[in-house]
Ligand binder design. Structure first.
Ligand code: SUG
Length: 451
């Protein structure tokens, strides 16, 4: 009997401390908006509305809970002491950048939480999960342990899911998770090929490197994840993102390419050697998936590199619908941008399975460099594997209503840099997360709940 597989989009609920810290390395939007007033309630509601849209399209949707912030334990590890209020006040006075990092709600970008390889791709037929170490920046590196804990709580069945430890937390193994990983296949439940993208490669020290921004994902990290996940080497590819793209603000592959099933949408010169990468993808896909890849190239004439980064057209969710066709969920910045809109019209009009575009307002996240695709982690599971995961996180209309009430009850309308030191914010955040774990029936997953 067949056990059909489908993709579940796991979106992180935007946390109550969503703010603009100017923290994102190589991330132009984050740098531009650093210090601005943020709107956490609006951000969380925008995220929920996107989840509702995806669920209403008939695509499986689930949630990940936010992380407790500000992370006072991290500030204590950096030498701030006293009670929580004192830790926050002294960090605010002496190192506001560290407080901003410790308060970041960056776990909202679930695409960076982990790399997941579904069972048809792995030689032991289990689902492999590696939380990203996110070593490139402090605020993101603080996510890893909590992410690992949350993923273990959700995917708890050891016969089905294998949880690997994050890679060693050194620059050599800088890993930013699924944002640099694309799976292509003929059907979700059949063996696919996995493309890993990196920004630097110790094996090719003479290859041109970005001059302005340090790449976040290394070749060594991608290779280690591929090994851990027991992927077939013949079905695994690594490619370097073009150094000029990284310098223009493409800090993850998902800022310049997106794939689903047999479709790969990318911008010309996304990779250091795009034509050879696409050629390799075609050949590997044909050999492993017994089907033809449909590459869709957007040219520089259609969208310049700067336009790709400012509109985030490629940071769209490319979804398989129950009808067998595909739809894109796109940031509404593209709707306002005539050339991005024209590129989307061209995609829909061309001969490929994509025939619909849905615009979403995720502007609070976009101002920190996170579009629709950044906000979700894709997990392909068979029906029986889905039954083996914690059900409380599945997005239903009932959960949606509960989450709306929960956000409206607990979230502030706005936050500025000074608010991060307010000890009441910490208390509010803990109360909110404590209630959320009950809503999601996750038990006590946060350290503060064990104290
Ligand atoms: O790592 N922004 C995130 C955005 C991550 C987007 N994810 C994907 N492309 N998949 C980052 O740069 C900004 C936080 C701040 O500035 O407050 C930030 O971390």
């Amino acid at each position: 009997m067949t056990d059909p597989a489908t993709e579940i989009n796991f979106d992180s609920i935007v946390g109550p401390t969503h703010h603009y810290g100017g923290l994102g390395a190589g991330n132009l939007a984050s740098q531009r908006h650093g210090g601005n007033i943020s709107h956490p309630k609006r951000a969380a509601l925008e995220g929920l509305a996107k989840m509702k849209l995806v669920a209403d399209l008939g695509v499986h949707q689930a949630v990940l809970p936010p992380h407790p912030r500000p992370d006072v334990d991290a500030l204590r590890r950096l030498g701030f002491h006293g009670d929580d209020a004192n830790v926050l006040a002294t960090a605010h006075r002496h190192a506001p950048n560290l407080l901003a990092a410790a308060a970041s709600a960056s776990a909202m970008w679930a695409a960076n939480s982990a790399t997941v390889s579904p069972s048809p791709d792995t030689t032991d037929r289990r689902v492999h999960i590696t939380p990203a170490n996110l070593t490139s920046q402090l605020h993101r590196a603080l996510e890893t342990q909590t992410t690992a804990k949350i993923l273990r709580a959700i995917f708890h069945d050891q016969n089905t899911f294998i949880h690997h430890a994050p890679l060693p937390a050194t620059r050599q193994f800088g890993d930013e998770g699924a944002a640099n990983h694309t799976r292509l296949c003929a059907a979700h439940g059949s063996p696919g090929i996995e493309l890993f993208a990196c920004g630097s490669d110790d094996d090719s020290p003479h290859a041109p490197a970005p001059q302005r921004f340090t790449p976040r994902q290394t070749h060594a990290a991608s290779q280690a994840v591929a090994r851990l996940h027991a992927l077939r080497s013949t079905a695994t590819l690594t490619a370097r993102v073009h150094p000029n793209a990284i310098d223009a603000g493409v800090f993850h592959l998902d800022v310049i390419a997106v794939g689903n099933l047999n479709v790969f949408l990318y911008r010309e010169r996304a990779f250091a050697d795009t034509s050879s990468t696409i050629d390799q993808l075609r050949r590997t896909f044909a050999a492993c998936c017994d089907d033809d890849l449909i590459p869709i190239e957007i040219t520089s004439g259609q969208l310049t590199l700067d336009e790709a980064v400012s509109t985030y057209l490629f940071n769209s969710q490319l979804l398989s619908l129950p009808s067998g066709r595909m739809a894109m969920v796109v940031a509404d910045d593209c709707e306002q941008h005539p050339r991005a809109r024209a590129a989307l019209e061209h995609i829909v009009a061309s001969h490929n399975p994509i025939d619909d575009v849905h615009f979403v307002n995720v502007r609070q996240s976009m101002r920190n460099g996170g579009g629709p695709a950044c906000l979700r982690l894709r997990v392909v599971l068979t029906e029986s594997q889905r039954a083996a995961m914690h059900p409380g996180i599945l997005f239903t209309n009932g959960l949606y209503e509960q989450l709306l009430t929960w956000v409206n009850k607990h979230y502030r309308d706005q936050l500025g840099p000074d608010d991060l030191a307010d000890p009441r914010l910490l208390v509010e955040c803990r109360a909110a997360l404590d209630e959320l774990t009950q809503l999601l029936q996750l038990g006590s997953i946060y350290r503060f709940q064990l104290a």
